[in-house]
Design a protein around this ligand. Sequence first.
Ligand code: C5P
Length: 230
Amino acid sequence: MKATAIIVAGGSGERFGGETPKQYQLVAGRPLLSWTVSRFEQAVSIDRIVIVAGEDFLLYVNNHVVNPYGFSKVAKIVPGGATRGESVKRGIDSLPMSTPYVAIHDGVRPLVKPADIDAVVAEAQKHRAAILAAPVTDTVKRAKDGLILATLDRRNLFLAQTPQAFQYDLIKEAYQKGNQEGLEGTDDAVMVEAIGFMVTLVPATGPNPKLTRPEDLEYITMILERENRG
Ligand code: C5P
Protein backbone atom coordinates (compact mmCIF):
# COMPACT_ATOMS: atom_id res chain seq x y z
CA MET A 1 0.00 0.00 0.00
CA LYS A 2 1.29 3.40 -0.98
CA ALA A 3 1.75 6.45 1.23
CA THR A 4 0.32 9.96 1.24
CA ALA A 5 2.97 12.68 1.34
CA ILE A 6 2.32 15.61 3.66
CA ILE A 7 4.60 18.44 2.53
CA VAL A 8 4.69 21.21 5.12
CA ALA A 9 5.32 24.70 3.78
CA GLY A 10 3.44 26.84 6.27
CA GLY A 11 6.40 28.68 7.78
CA SER A 12 7.16 32.38 7.48
CA GLY A 13 10.93 31.79 7.21
CA GLU A 14 12.01 34.25 9.90
CA ARG A 15 15.63 33.06 9.99
CA PHE A 16 15.85 33.43 6.22
CA GLY A 17 14.60 37.02 6.06
CA GLY A 18 13.13 38.82 3.04
CA GLU A 19 9.58 39.49 1.88
CA THR A 20 8.87 36.18 0.16
CA PRO A 21 8.82 33.11 2.44
CA LYS A 22 11.83 30.98 1.56
CA GLN A 23 9.76 28.07 0.20
CA TYR A 24 8.54 30.29 -2.66
CA GLN A 25 11.93 31.73 -3.67
CA LEU A 26 12.53 31.26 -7.39
CA VAL A 27 15.25 28.66 -7.87
CA ALA A 28 16.34 27.57 -11.34
CA GLY A 29 13.26 29.39 -12.67
CA ARG A 30 10.65 27.79 -10.41
CA PRO A 31 9.34 28.29 -6.85
CA LEU A 32 11.50 26.13 -4.58
CA LEU A 33 8.44 24.25 -3.26
CA SER A 34 7.61 23.02 -6.77
CA TRP A 35 10.98 21.24 -6.91
CA THR A 36 10.17 19.54 -3.61
CA VAL A 37 6.74 18.45 -4.86
CA SER A 38 8.27 17.02 -8.04
CA ARG A 39 10.47 14.65 -5.98
CA PHE A 40 7.29 13.12 -4.51
CA GLU A 41 5.63 12.98 -7.94
CA GLN A 42 8.59 10.82 -9.00
CA ALA A 43 8.59 8.54 -5.93
CA VAL A 44 6.70 5.32 -6.75
CA SER A 45 5.79 4.68 -3.09
CA ILE A 46 3.67 7.88 -3.00
CA ASP A 47 0.20 8.00 -4.53
CA ARG A 48 -1.14 11.26 -3.08
CA ILE A 49 0.30 14.58 -1.94
CA VAL A 50 -1.14 17.07 0.55
CA ILE A 51 0.55 20.47 0.73
CA VAL A 52 0.21 22.45 3.96
CA ALA A 53 0.63 26.19 3.36
CA GLY A 54 0.06 29.46 5.22
CA GLU A 55 -3.57 30.73 5.10
CA ASP A 56 -2.52 33.65 2.86
CA PHE A 57 -0.68 31.41 0.38
CA LEU A 58 -3.28 28.75 -0.46
CA LEU A 59 -4.20 30.37 -3.77
CA TYR A 60 -0.57 31.19 -4.54
CA VAL A 61 0.43 27.55 -4.09
CA ASN A 62 -2.42 26.41 -6.32
CA ASN A 63 -1.66 28.94 -9.07
CA HIS A 64 2.14 29.12 -8.97
CA VAL A 65 3.41 25.87 -7.42
CA VAL A 66 0.93 23.20 -8.53
CA ASN A 67 -0.98 24.17 -11.68
CA PRO A 68 1.93 25.24 -13.93
CA TYR A 69 3.70 21.89 -13.46
CA GLY A 70 0.73 19.53 -13.91
CA PHE A 71 1.40 17.55 -10.71
CA SER A 72 -1.04 14.65 -10.82
CA LYS A 73 -0.71 13.44 -7.20
CA VAL A 74 -1.56 16.72 -5.42
CA ALA A 75 -4.93 16.04 -3.81
CA LYS A 76 -5.32 19.15 -1.66
CA ILE A 77 -3.73 22.24 -0.21
CA VAL A 78 -4.63 22.79 3.45
CA PRO A 79 -3.99 25.75 5.79
CA GLY A 80 -1.13 25.38 8.28
CA GLY A 81 -0.76 26.47 11.90
CA ALA A 82 1.52 28.64 14.03
CA THR A 83 4.26 26.00 14.43
CA ARG A 84 5.65 23.20 12.26
CA GLY A 85 3.99 20.69 14.59
CA GLU A 86 0.60 22.34 14.22
CA SER A 87 0.98 22.42 10.45
CA VAL A 88 1.83 18.70 10.38
CA LYS A 89 -1.13 17.92 12.65
CA ARG A 90 -3.47 19.81 10.33
CA GLY A 91 -2.15 17.81 7.40
CA ILE A 92 -2.66 14.55 9.30
CA ASP A 93 -6.17 15.51 10.42
CA SER A 94 -7.19 16.40 6.86
CA LEU A 95 -6.80 12.73 5.83
CA PRO A 96 -9.30 9.88 6.22
CA MET A 97 -8.68 7.20 8.90
CA SER A 98 -8.36 4.67 6.07
CA THR A 99 -5.04 6.26 5.02
CA PRO A 100 -2.42 3.49 5.41
CA TYR A 101 0.86 5.46 5.58
CA VAL A 102 2.03 9.07 5.52
CA ALA A 103 5.45 10.46 4.60
CA ILE A 104 5.92 13.89 6.21
CA HIS A 105 8.41 16.20 4.51
CA ASP A 106 9.72 19.74 4.91
CA GLY A 107 8.79 21.84 1.88
CA VAL A 108 12.22 23.45 2.10
CA ARG A 109 14.13 20.21 1.37
CA PRO A 110 13.93 20.15 -2.44
CA LEU A 111 16.90 17.84 -3.09
CA VAL A 112 15.60 14.66 -1.46
CA LYS A 113 16.09 11.66 -3.75
CA PRO A 114 12.91 9.84 -4.85
CA ALA A 115 14.72 6.55 -4.08
CA ASP A 116 15.31 7.75 -0.50
CA ILE A 117 11.60 8.60 -0.15
CA ASP A 118 10.77 5.07 -1.34
CA ALA A 119 13.31 3.55 1.09
CA VAL A 120 11.80 5.38 4.08
CA VAL A 121 8.25 4.37 3.11
CA ALA A 122 9.39 0.73 2.69
CA GLU A 123 10.87 0.72 6.22
CA ALA A 124 7.69 2.30 7.63
CA GLN A 125 5.69 -0.45 5.95
CA LYS A 126 7.85 -3.01 7.79
CA HIS A 127 8.31 -1.28 11.17
CA ARG A 128 5.49 1.34 11.30
CA ALA A 129 7.88 4.30 11.76
CA ALA A 130 11.05 5.30 9.86
CA ILE A 131 12.98 8.48 9.13
CA LEU A 132 15.71 9.59 6.77
CA ALA A 133 18.89 10.56 8.62
CA ALA A 134 22.55 11.38 7.97
CA PRO A 135 25.42 10.09 10.08
CA VAL A 136 27.30 12.85 11.93
CA THR A 137 30.77 13.34 10.44
CA ASP A 138 32.07 16.14 12.69
CA THR A 139 32.98 15.62 16.33
CA VAL A 140 30.14 16.88 18.53
CA LYS A 141 30.66 18.67 21.85
CA ARG A 142 28.08 19.42 24.50
CA ALA A 143 28.79 22.86 25.92
CA LYS A 144 27.41 25.55 28.18
CA ASP A 145 28.45 29.21 28.32
CA GLY A 146 31.24 28.56 25.81
CA LEU A 147 32.82 25.71 27.78
CA ILE A 148 32.85 22.06 26.71
CA LEU A 149 31.08 19.72 29.09
CA ALA A 150 31.40 16.49 27.09
CA THR A 151 32.50 14.95 23.78
CA LEU A 152 29.81 12.72 22.33
CA ASP A 153 30.47 9.43 20.53
CA ARG A 154 29.59 10.34 16.96
CA ARG A 155 29.14 6.68 15.96
CA ASN A 156 25.83 6.91 17.80
CA LEU A 157 24.78 10.29 16.42
CA PHE A 158 22.58 11.05 13.40
CA LEU A 159 21.02 14.18 11.96
CA ALA A 160 17.29 13.70 11.52
CA GLN A 161 15.99 14.73 8.11
CA THR A 162 12.70 14.27 6.30
CA PRO A 163 10.79 12.41 4.95
CA GLN A 164 9.62 10.74 8.14
CA ALA A 165 7.09 8.01 7.37
CA PHE A 166 4.59 6.37 9.68
CA GLN A 167 1.62 4.10 9.77
CA TYR A 168 -1.23 6.61 9.78
CA ASP A 169 -2.96 5.61 13.02
CA LEU A 170 0.38 5.60 14.90
CA ILE A 171 1.34 9.17 13.96
CA LYS A 172 -2.22 10.41 14.48
CA GLU A 173 -2.26 9.00 18.02
CA ALA A 174 1.26 10.31 18.71
CA TYR A 175 0.33 13.87 17.72
CA GLN A 176 -2.93 13.73 19.70
CA LYS A 177 -1.15 12.59 22.88
CA GLY A 178 1.78 14.95 22.36
CA ASN A 179 -0.62 17.88 21.97
CA GLN A 180 -2.46 16.98 25.17
CA GLU A 181 0.86 16.93 27.00
CA GLY A 182 2.10 20.18 25.45
CA LEU A 183 4.99 18.47 23.62
CA GLU A 184 6.28 20.64 20.77
CA GLY A 185 8.96 18.78 18.81
CA THR A 186 11.20 19.89 15.97
CA ASP A 187 10.47 16.70 14.01
CA ASP A 188 7.73 14.07 13.86
CA ALA A 189 9.65 11.05 15.13
CA VAL A 190 9.96 12.65 18.57
CA MET A 191 6.17 12.49 18.96
CA VAL A 192 6.28 8.74 18.28
CA GLU A 193 9.34 8.25 20.53
CA ALA A 194 7.40 10.01 23.32
CA ILE A 195 4.74 7.29 23.28
CA GLY A 196 7.44 4.65 23.66
CA PHE A 197 7.68 3.46 20.07
CA MET A 198 10.97 2.57 18.32
CA VAL A 199 11.66 4.47 15.09
CA THR A 200 13.92 3.03 12.36
CA LEU A 201 16.71 5.15 10.82
CA VAL A 202 17.30 5.05 7.06
CA PRO A 203 20.65 6.56 5.93
CA ALA A 204 20.26 9.26 3.26
CA THR A 205 22.12 8.44 0.03
CA GLY A 206 22.37 12.02 -1.22
CA PRO A 207 22.47 15.60 0.06
CA ASN A 208 19.14 16.69 1.52
CA PRO A 209 19.74 20.13 3.07
CA LYS A 210 16.97 22.18 4.64
CA LEU A 211 16.90 25.72 3.25
CA THR A 212 17.37 27.73 6.44
CA ARG A 213 19.81 30.57 5.75
CA PRO A 214 20.45 32.59 2.56
CA GLU A 215 23.77 30.78 1.95
CA ASP A 216 21.93 27.43 1.73
CA LEU A 217 20.16 28.77 -1.35
CA GLU A 218 23.39 29.01 -3.36
CA TYR A 219 24.17 25.33 -2.85
CA ILE A 220 20.59 24.21 -3.56
CA THR A 221 20.44 26.36 -6.71
CA MET A 222 23.75 24.93 -7.95
CA ILE A 223 22.54 21.33 -7.57
CA LEU A 224 19.12 21.96 -9.15
CA GLU A 225 20.64 23.85 -12.10
CA ARG A 226 23.19 21.08 -12.63
CA GLU A 227 20.49 18.39 -12.54
CA ASN A 228 18.33 20.31 -14.99
CA ARG A 229 21.12 20.81 -17.47
CA GLY A 230 20.89 17.03 -17.71
O1 C5P B 1 11.31 26.58 10.20
P1 C5P B 1 11.60 25.12 10.13
O2 C5P B 1 12.97 24.83 9.66
O3 C5P B 1 11.19 24.35 11.33
O4 C5P B 1 10.63 24.63 8.97
C1 C5P B 1 10.58 23.30 8.51
C2 C5P B 1 9.37 23.17 7.59
O5 C5P B 1 8.18 23.35 8.34
C3 C5P B 1 9.35 24.24 6.48
O6 C5P B 1 9.04 23.63 5.24
C4 C5P B 1 8.28 25.19 6.95
O7 C5P B 1 7.59 25.87 5.89
C5 C5P B 1 7.33 24.28 7.72
N1 C5P B 1 6.54 25.00 8.71
C6 C5P B 1 5.14 24.95 8.65
N2 C5P B 1 4.39 25.68 9.53
C7 C5P B 1 4.97 26.47 10.46
C8 C5P B 1 6.39 26.52 10.56
C9 C5P B 1 7.15 25.76 9.67
O8 C5P B 1 4.60 24.24 7.79
N3 C5P B 1 4.20 27.20 11.26
